[in-house]
Each structure stands twice: as C-alpha cells, then as structure tokens.
Design a protein around this ligand. Structure first.
Ligand code: SIN
Length: 532
C-alpha cells in the first residue's frame, strides 16, 4: 500500500523532530520514519549540552573564533557566523516547549565548559541534556495531529524521478518522489510518496568497533543520499571522543568532556599529567589534539588506557553535576571522588556528510538534510564540542523555512512508484555472512582508518572494503531485505566514502592525521565524493 504525505522525515533525533514540528505548524502533513523506537537516537546520548551565547560574559565573536580554531581552517566562516548568531532564538524555543536547563543557586543558567571553548557557554541538563531535549520534543510531537510517527520503519532508498525513468545519471528535471521503507515487524516494504524528504538520521559511529554511538548510528542517510547521486563531503573527519570508559567489552560509555570542564586531568598509568606538553589549553584543548595525545601516550607505553582524574571534586558535587556518569561508574566499582577513571578514545561524531546549503538543501530538488548526517561547513576539520545540538536546531529551523517555500511552488507528488519486488528468502547460513562482514568491516576501519592514518593502510582498507561491498551487494540483490543487512549495506558505503575522502586529502588537518603528509596545506579545501 502507498502512503502519501507532504514531507517525509527520516530519523527521530533533535534535528528531525524539531524540523517536523516546524513544517507541521505550516500546515503540512508529515511522516516521521524511525527504524527503531522514537526515543532511540544519537541525541539521547548527548551528555554535554548545547553551545550557545546566552550570558553577558560571552559574545558571538568569541564563539565564532573558538569554532574556527577547532575546525582547523576548514570551516565556512559565513556558515559559522549565521549558525552561532541564530543559536539563542532556537534555544529559547526549546525553553518555550518546556525544557529546563540546569541553573545555579542564583537562578542563572549553569554554563558548562568543554574542550576548545575559551568561555563557559554550554547549556545543559545535568549530564543528560540530549535525553531531556528528546523527551520535550517528543511530547510536542505527540500533540501535533499533522505528524504521523512510524516506528520500526527502516528507510531503504530515496525514489527519484531519474530512477523512475530508469536513467539514474540523467539529472534533467530530477527530484524527490518518495522512498521505500521496510516495515520491520511485518517484513514488508512500504512505499511512501512525497515531494520532500528530510534526512536527519545522525552519524555513522557504528562503522568503528569502538564507538560512543548507539546501535542505530549506521550512516543510513549518508548512504541513501550518495546512492541518490548527491555529493558527500569531508567524510575523513571522524571525531574520536577522547574520554570513553575503558572496558574489555565493545561497550564504550561516554565520560563527558564537561568533566574536564570541571577540572579533571588526564594522566598516564604512572600518574603523570601529560596534556600540558601537547597544547597550551592542556586538558581543554580541541578534541582532535586530546584524542591524538592519548593515542600517542598509549602507543608509547603500550598501556590499554589512560586515567581521568576528578578526585579533587567532592562526592556531593559530582553526584549533582554528573548523576549519570557517577551512577554508571559506581555500578562498575569506580567512585569518582576517590578513584581515577580508565578512559580511551572512541569514534564519536561524523563531521562530514551530505553536502547542504545553509537552508539544509542538497543539490537534488526535494532532498534536505540536517543534523549530524549533513555537512554544512560549520565543523570544518574538527567539530567544536557541543556545537552539534546547536547546528541541529538551527538547521532544522532553516530547513523548515526552505521546505515551506519549496512546497508553495512544488505540486503534490503524483509520481507512480512501482511496488517493491521482494527477491525471496535467506537462510541462517547466509545470515552468518552478514554478522561476519559486519565484524570484519568495523575491525578494518579501526585498524586501518583510525586516529593515525597512513596512505598504505588506507589503500589496504580500500581493497578490503571493496571486497566486502561486492559480497554485501550480491547478498542484498538476492535475498529479502532485513534491518541488519540494510545497515551493513549502508555501513560499507560509508566506510568506502571515509576512505575515499581520506585518500583525497594530502595533508594533516584537524581530525585527519597522516605522517605521509604531516603538514597542513596553505589553502584549505573540502574533499567530495559523488556517485557517477
Ligand atoms: C561530551 O559531553 O563530551 C560530548 C558532547 C559533544 O560531543 O559535543
């Protein structure tokens, strides 16, 4: 059966929900498709907060400067200025729908600090900011009758006019017509018709074995946009969060950078504080610098982790400011007020993504992207901490304005999208191939495309990924689709894009570091990949 809407939103994090509320308020019928349940998103895990100029001891110029410095010469300055400037109005809208940011005893916002920020400017809800924002937005969505939320609904591919004409390379008059999505519970593929698709699927941390991201972060939107012929940019800039809880399992629990903002110090296993020797901002240096320093210290000593030391703070302070981190560490026998925390870097944020304008528009008419899936130019070669929630709310608003204008000129889609053809079963044996390839892909990325890269290792990764891609595609075209297979198909695509962008960059800049090209080139340039 075909479902028809004005706007389809893929993903239910802060970007997708904010955007959906705004286009619904314009009178449009909106469907939100989420592959798991509504509350499962990257937003939910964001502990730190939202960087925004909200106090009279701060100013836009300073936030812009910190963002440009962290981005290591690759940010688009106009984009940075506009997003920073729009921040306070968008944050006020979150307050208006009921979000209660933490305040100090005098009733002022309790502003946190994280790496790369020269001022305290992070609004937070203790150490559970993302969860609080997500809940507030979901309550607002539940009150909006024009929004239909489809849970367990996995978007497979965007249907474009060119694909319907069976001439994918022919962009004349090309535009979005809808998408196919797997109803995970029934196993059937549904057709959604709409002139607009907004991708807000988050990042792709799951392409690495060790990540702070939830299971859903498989780069679905990036892979879909690429397959639809849209340009993807700067994928080599994968941000590794410096401090995730060390464990011998695959679990990586984030220890927010805000802990260092409250004075925590990184130490070697022998207790030596080492960050001062790497950067004048020491433990609050930009993330790329801190993650690389930890990587270097670990490699030099052979240690499996470093320590994060916040024992100078009282138990009462830590319980109040970081309840989630305190509780999680306590469950593992770590008392933050007495014990140091074992930490390692892990993949955290995809700075590159689907190329968009400041109106969240891609080059394909009707296709928009906002949040981590998109590359606006804000983050450059390294995202400044807590700028992601800011970008998500600002770009959701701008995207809604642009979509409103597009829908005034665009007639409702009457595209006849053929029903999905199911290619038949799959056996237990073949499912093993999926889990095997999943593991191999993520290990390859960790081993060859990690914090330190070399051309030789990137080329090795390229060969392995090409083999895996071929096997996964054969499987995709011969069996019924299921969520793990769809995710793997997207992951292998994203892995290929990361490697292709990394091989294009003949310099070390921000999060991309290679001893083969240790210098930063004089002129900063984006890398870009587009399907031919
Ligand atoms: C953190 O709390 O350290 C993560 C916040 C972010 O990634 O911006």
């Amino acid at each position: 059966m075909t479902r028809t809407f004005d706007v389809l939103v893929v993903g239910s994090g802060i970007a997708g929900l904010s955007f959906a509320l705004k286009v619904a308020a314009q009178g449009h019928r909106v469907a939100i498709l989420t592959k798991k349940t509504r509350a499962e998103s990257n937003t939910n895990r964001a502990q730190g907060g939202i960087a925004v100029v909200m106090s009279n001891t701060d100013d836009f110029e300073c936030h812009v400067r910190d963002t440009l410095t962290a981005g290591d010469g690759l940010c688009d300055e106009q984009v940075v200025r506009e997003i920073v400037r729009d921040g306070p109005s968008r944050v006020q809208e979150l307050v208006d729908i009921g979000l209660k940011f933490s305040r100090d005893k005098e009733g002022n916002y309790d502003l946190g600090r994280e790496g790369g920020h020269s001022r305290r400017r992070i609004l937070h809800v203790k150490d559970m900011t993302g969860k609080a924002i997500e809940e507030a937005l979901l309550r607002a969505v539940a009150r909006e009758s024009r929004i239909t939320l489809y849970e367990h609904c996995f978007a497979i591919d965007i249907v474009t006019a060119a694909k319907l004409r069976r001439r994918p390379g022919d962009w004349e008059g090309n535009r979005v017509c809808g998408l196919y999505a797997l109803d995970v519970r029934s196993g059937r593929v549904k057709t959604f018709v709409a002139p607009v698709v907004m991708l807000s699927t988050g990042g792709a941390g799951q392409v690495y074995l060790y990540t702070t991201n939830p299971d859903i972060a498989t780069g679905d939107g990036i892979a879909m946009a690429y397959r639809a012929g849209v340009e993807v940019r700067n994928m080599e800039f994968v941000q590794f969060h410096p401090t995730t809880l060390y464990s011998t399992t695959n679990l990586r629990f984030l220890i927010s950078e805000a802990v260092r903002g409250e004075g925590a110090v990184l130490r070697t296993l022998q207790g030596r504080a080492f960050m001062r020797q790497y950067h004048p901002m020491a433990d609050l240096a930009p993330r790329d610098v801190v993650a690389r320093a930890i990587d270097r210290e670990m490699k030099r000593s052979g240690a499996p982790h470093v320590w994060l030391d916040i024992t100078h703070r009282s138990a009462a302070f830590l319980r109040e400011r970081f309840p989630l981190i305190t509780k999680t560490c306590r469950q593992l026998g770590i008392d933050l007020a007495r014990d140091m925390i074992p930490v390692v870097p892990a993949a955290h944020y995809t700075c590159g993504g689907v190329a968009t304008t400041l109106a969240a528009r891609t080059a394909l008419p009707g296709l928009y992207a906002c949040g981590e899936v998109a590359c606006t130019g804000l983050h450059g070669a390294n995202r400044l901490a807590s700028n992601s929630l800011l970008e998500a709310v600002v770009m959701a608003h701008r995207g809604a304005e642009a979509v409103g204008a597009y829908l005034q000129t665009e007639k409702p889609s009457r595209a006849k999208i053929p029903a999905w053809v199911d290619l038949g079963g799959g056996t237990e044996d073949e499912r093993v191939v999926v889990s095997h390839n999943w593991e191999e892909l993520r290990r390859t990325m960790g081993d060859y495309v990690g914090i330190m890269r070399t051309t030789k290792r990137l080329e090795r990764a390229r060969t392995r990924i090409a083999n895996l891609k071929k096997e996964i595609h054969d499987y995709y075209w011969n069996f019924s689709v299921e969520p793990r297979l769809l995710e793997l198909r997207n992951l292998v695509q994203v892995a290929e894009l990361i490697v292709e962008c990394a091989l294009q960059r003949h310099e070390s800049r921000g999060l991309h570091y290679t001893p083969d090209f240790p210098r930063r080139l004089k002129f900063a340039k984006d890398t870009a990949v587009k399907k031919r």
